[in-house]
Design a protein around this ligand. Structure first.
Ligand code: AMP
Ligand code: MG
Length: 517
């Protein structure tokens, strides 16, 4: 349907306390969940790519997305009737420290689109300054926008809860960034991603009101969340708040286990980047594991403490949930239910993680020695500098009666080829798997359904960015296509399943990323 026929709602704006100030300047905002603000116009909004699947969720066709109207709205130059754009107020713990008010500094939600009984918010990231922009410009560069656009969709196609990306629009304006924070600021092409989710509410959305001891706004927001996003839990009450927290704990555990399954490192798990719907949100300096490394982080800002390293993500999510639980204390008034919910996090995490590892290995029975088997594998993979994605995928076609390291040659980064720990592990694993007696084809198909062949490798995204910055955006569309079917063999796209090439080992954007975006 044409954009003008969309059904647009504004429940967030209509039902929650608003900042009375309408002028757009940086300020602390109290006793409000949002500030009304419109996108700032850009020079020449041009569509680079869109997601047909997300468009369909909203009732839009590919042709609708290719219209001038679409680029205009998703570039921030026009609003549709019924849109009441706003920036949300939230706070957050950044790298373990309470940072106070943050808010949508460069994201502006246009409105909620109602289609097929579902309500989805459309939010522009990089649409200009808001009252929460602090000292920054409210804009986003093309490179980070390509990364957010592609990864949102890649994650969705992998079956991982995430915010979605409707479109990527180039603005025609330059944005100045100091990519390495070393005094070399330079203009870069600007872009805007239109993100889509039922809600972009974060842990920090509640924390800000709790930190200010503003229980009225906290309660208004919590009740709104229950009514609109957790209606199945019932009417607001201390018990319902507890049930809600428990569900957030469960969903977050499941999301993080998915990340561990596919080798995704979020990079900035601050509490303002944790969705209350359990969605992966805010794609910044994220990365994908190439050579298996429990301690890897793509984020150069975090290189010292490595707080958000791959293997720490489950622990950090737990810490973040504890901060979220604290912010709900004024509504629940008792510590025991909060502790109970956090225990559900630990229990769900342990059970889901175990189940996930069994699935990756094609094992159907649970055994006591599983943990030892998993640990031995991860140690061996790390020691042998093994590509995580290629290894698991190839494991699905291993001849269990004659396991050899050679079968995994394409996955090794290290020059030497003797990997005694991994060789031992393969024998141990093959015996165990054979003992389960699952027919070969069945075992292989089940493993290929959880071990992707194609992930958005850091160097692949960077190649698409380099080409786009040089004027050729076709790589973005190609990658979007490949990532649509991550579990399928796609012989014509085999090159996108290759391990990281040597040139990418230490290249910016491929192995390390700054927060500059
Ligand atoms: P992040 O770590 O990217 O989630 O961002 C943390 C905070 O900084 C959020 O409140 C963002 O809205 C804000 N922020 C990041 N980049 C910009 C920018 N270019 N302009 C305004 N605010 C920004
Ligand atoms: Mg953020």
């Amino acid at each position: 349907m044409p954009l003008t026929d969309l059904t647009i709602a504004s429940r967030f704006v209509d039902h929650l306390p608003s900042d009375p100030e309408l002028a757009n300047y940086t300020r602390p905002v109290h006793a409000a969940c949002y500030s009304r603000v419109s996108p700032t116009s850009v020079a020449a909004p041009t569509l680079v790519a869109h997601s047909s699947e997300v468009a369909e969720l909203l009732g839009l066709s590919d042709a609708d997305c290719r219209s001038d109207d679409f680029a205009s709205v998703m570039g921030g130059n026009a609003l549709l009737a019924g849109m009441k754009p706003y920036a949300a107020c939230y706070g957050g713990h950044q790298f373990g420290n309470w940072a106070g008010q943050l808010g949508d500094g460069r994201a502006i939600t246009l409105g909620e689109i109602l289609h097929n009984g579902q309500s989805l918010e459309v939010q522009l990231k990089g649409a200009g300054p808001t009252p929460y922009s602090r000292r920054a410009d409210g804009r986003a560069v093309l490179r980070s926008s390509i990364r957010e656009f592609l990864c949102s969709e890649a994650m969705a196609h992998l079956g991982i809860p995430t915010t979605r990306a409707l479109s990527l629009v180039q603005t025609g304006d330059a944005v100045v960034r100091d990519m390495f924070y070393n005094g070399n600021a330079a203009p870069e092409p600007g872009a805007i991603v239109a993100r889509v989710a039922p809600s972009f509410l974060r842990f920090g959305s509640y924390q800000i009101h709790a930190a200010r001891r503003d229980n009225d706004t906290l309660r208004a927001l919590a009740d709104y969340t229950l009514r609109h996003h957790f209606a199945h839990l019932g009417a607001p009450s201390p018990e319902t708040y507890t049930a809600w927290l428990t569900e957030v704990c469960r969903r977050t555990a499941e999301m993080v286990v998915h990340w561990m399954r596919v080798g995704f490192v979020h990079g900035v798990m601050n509490t303002d980047n944790m969705s209350v719907l359990g969605l992966t949100i805010d794609y910044g300096p994220y990365g994908w594991i190439d050579a298996y490394d429990h301690d890897w982080t793509p984020n150069t800002t975090d290189a010292g403490g490595r707080r958000y390293r791959f293997g720490f993500q489950p622990r950090i999510a737990g810490w973040n949930l504890a901060r979220f639980a604290e912010s709900l204390y004024p509504l629940i008034g008792d510590v025991a239910p909060l502790e109970g919910a956090l225990e559900v996090y630990s229990a769900t995490l342990a059970a889901s993680h175990h189940e996930m590892m069994c699935a990756k290995l094609g094992l159907t029975t649970r055994q006591e020695e599983d943990d030892a088997l998993f640990r031995a594998l991860l140690e061996a993979l790390q020691e042998a500098e093994t590509d995580m994605t290629i290894f698991y995928r190839r494991l699905s076609s291993l001849d269990l009666s004659a396991p050899t390291l050679d079968h995994f040659t394409p996955s090794f980064y290290a020059e030497h080829s003797a990997h005694p720990k991994l060789a031992d592990w393969l024998i141990r694993y093959s015996q165990r798997a054979q003992g389960e007696g699952i027919p070969e084809a069945q075992r292989s198909a089940a493993m290929c359904a959880v071990n992707p062949k194609y992930v958005l490798r850091n160097y692949l995204a960077q190649e698409a960015i380099d080409a786009a910055e040089a004027g050729d955006t076709s790589r973005v569309t190609t990658l979007l296509d490949v990532m649509r079917r991550p579990y399928d063999e796609q012989p014509e796209h085999e090159q996108f399943a290759a391990r990281r090439p040597e040139w990418a080992r230490h290249k910016a954007g491929c192995s390390m990323l700054s927060c500059s975006s």
